[in-house]
Design a protein around this ligand. Sequence first.
Ligand code: GAP
Length: 510
Amino acid sequence: MAQKEDVFKKIVSHCKEYGFVFPSSELYDGLGAVYDYGQMGVELKNNIKRYWWEAMTLLHSNIVGIDSAVFMHPTIWKASGHVDAFNDPLIDNRDSKKRYRADVLIEDEIAKIDDKINAEVEKAAKRFGESFDEAMFRQTNARVLERQAKRDELHSRFEKAMNANDLDELKQIILDYEIVDPISGTKNWTDVRQFNLMFKTQMGSSSDNTMDVYLRPETAQGIFVNFLNVQKTGRMRIPFGIAQIGKAFRNEIVARQFIFRMREFEQMEMQFFVRPGEELEWFNKWKETRLAWHKALGMGDEKYRFHDHEKLAHYANAATDIEFQMPFGFKEVEGIHSRTNFDLSQHEKFSGKKVQYFDPELNQSYTPFVIETSIGVDRMFLSVMCSSFEENETRVVLHLPKPLAPVKCAILPLVKKDGMPEKAMEIMQALKYDFACQYDEKDSVGKRYRRQDAIGTPYCITVDGQTLEDNTVTLRDRDTMEQTRVAIDELPAIIGRECSLNSLLKKLEA
Ligand code: GAP
């Protein structure tokens, strides 16, 4: 466990050192859970977004995109349920003056018991060696059974309290299980209160015509309120989808794990409108389509799993998360939800305007049902960084999926003389329209390879004496470190085959 935490720390500092992610407002000591993307990070992030956007809009002729405003009429958030129900239960410690999510404190306590059980099992496995029967040990060892019983009781009380929205019981659990503030070490807790996660601000210039507005906590509502606009102007026929990429804002109480939980983040959401009754079939199709999108990146099929929701929001009739194995465990990267006709019906009710679709094949009007796919750009970014980072005795390398790499190739003259820089610039000039390239002539070629490895550049092209004679270069592969001699004319085809987004998109269609 300690080792995994170390790796994660290394990834966070690597992100900063090589211009991927900086803490926001660092000059002023930072701003909690807000981050800036640097010169490398923005390219990686844009490539992730382009991969998602093109997989949605180019590969599906019935999906179109929009870009709606962050500010929306405040009644939209009443209709969507966010004003009344987009809450987290918070609790303060009077000694440390720190604020926590009550549910997270309890979840951490459950995780601690799990860790103790696992440590017990690991210890026994070492002691018994080959003959160890884990299932039997878990069923019979007195200490494990005692801990498991405590964990199950805690879990069941917690689940009941959360389902019933019982804030008093959440506090009682914290007291009964003697959960202490990790900073002050005390149990001096306030009552648990509901805390709405939406940021509120004011629109308007004079004091008598200002209106409270919210920074959107999800991009989805911008799609729902434009359903009719897009359907009519785009002459869309059900089934069809609307995709959007944009910023979302949540005043998270506990912001943890770097860019995993931020207060300002980006979402890529697609709402797919279908006939009532056909939603579960589409839900299953979208589950598979989205998992295939992730797997095509080649980061390891075993690193993904579905987590089906047992407890559904009142408006959903199916929901699952695609989880990715981060260094801190399997975590949600994307949610796929069958949202019934809840959102469109609510907007019809609150706006007083008809929000329905006339189905020419059925010759009837209805409120479409919706399947939503919703993925966080930043979490996707984090999963890519975590699965790509490798540190060994000789180098630190990012094995980024090649089409996502910020720089696709580096062009390196072996020495800064004998016409090599000029030849290298000539190659750069030919490649730069199709691929993000970097020219580097400083330091030894070995050091330059290391610099490119650290930012995940798939190919280094080295120009040497032979290049000037026969127009060949050495092409070094980031992952294998193998160098092959290839003709300059072959470079676009080789790099394109491995690094273009098209090649990735074609995998999805195969
Ligand atoms: N429209 C549905 C919706 O917003 P969600 O599960 O709350 O659903 C969808 O969010 C995705 O947005 C998550 O799977 C996650 O990737 C990302 N996300 C949510 N909150 C986030 C946060 N505070 N920081 C970074 N990403 C977040």
